[in-house]
Design a protein around this ligand. Structure first.
Ligand code: ADE
Length: 224
């Protein structure tokens, strides 16, 4: 699965994809993440990618041409199943959207800045608009990194324990149960005895009960 991310701040995306699970997934050839500098597609002598809004008002609007040039170049090279625009007025990212995207082939992600992007880019090229939550960030880069992380960890072979993505909070309808590691006692605080019992059936039952309790108290909306 390949992601092409189009941005005016490619450096902002250097780190999120260069470590840990995302780094390993790329090394293993399970995903390819390519970041494109939008300014490289500006034909303007100042390499500008924005302009004043028609009708006046504050803030600059990102222009059509550089996005169109980059998207059309990519589309001439391979097929894309989605062109996603990261925007606070999109549908809110959820585990089910991440699951849906994880079975796609190639995806283009557009990162906006300033006041937004010319509506015609959205009308003409964008197949899906996604928000990572009801708050406004300075640009679409961090949201794009969040989206790619949520999707890549679902690709077969990315996580060493194949079942571990399936047992994540939100993958079923329950949040995760609490987890513990050594030492068994720290400043008088003990790990629940059942986890040290070696009785797997009892442990599974305890985890289920804890997950249910946690979901009831924190996210009752997840329980149907
Ligand atoms: N760009 C700015 N804020 C955003 C958000 N919350 N989600 C997606 N893209 C954004």
């Amino acid at each position: 699965m390949r992601f092409d991310i189009i941005t005016v701040l490619p450096e902002l995306l250097d780190s999120p994809f260069a470590h840990s699970i995302l780094k390993r997934a790329q090394k293993k050839g399970l995903t390819e993440i390519v970041v494109h500098n939008l300014r490289d597609y500006s034909t303007n002598k100042h390499k500008s990618v924005d302009d004043y809004p028609y009708g006046g008002g504050s803030g600059m609007v990102m222009t059509i041409e550089p996005f169109a040039a980059c998207i059309e170049k990519l589309k001439a090279e391979r097929n894309y199943e989605e062109v996603i625009f990261m925007t606070p007025d999109g549908e809110t990212l959820s585990q089910s959207i991440a699951n849906e995207l994880s079975v796609k082939g190639n995806i283009i992600i557009l990162c906006g800045h300033y006041k937004g992007i010319d509506q015609r880019i959205r009308d003409l090229f964008v197949s899906r608009e996604i928000s990572i939550g009801d708050y406004v960030l300075s640009g679409g880069e961090l949201p794009a990194a969040v989206l790619v992380d949520a999707v890549v960890r679902l690709l077969p072979g990315v996580l060493s324990d194949e079942t571990s993505a399936l047992s994540d909070s939100f993958q079923g309808e329950l949040l995760d149960a609490p987890v513990y590691t050594r030492p068994a006692v720290w400043r008088g605080l003990e790990v629940p005895q059942v986890l040290l019992s070696g009785n797997q059936a009892k442990i599974d039952e305890w985890r289920y009960d804890q997950a249910l309790e946690r979901t009831k108290s924190r996210r009752p909306d997840l329980l149907k």
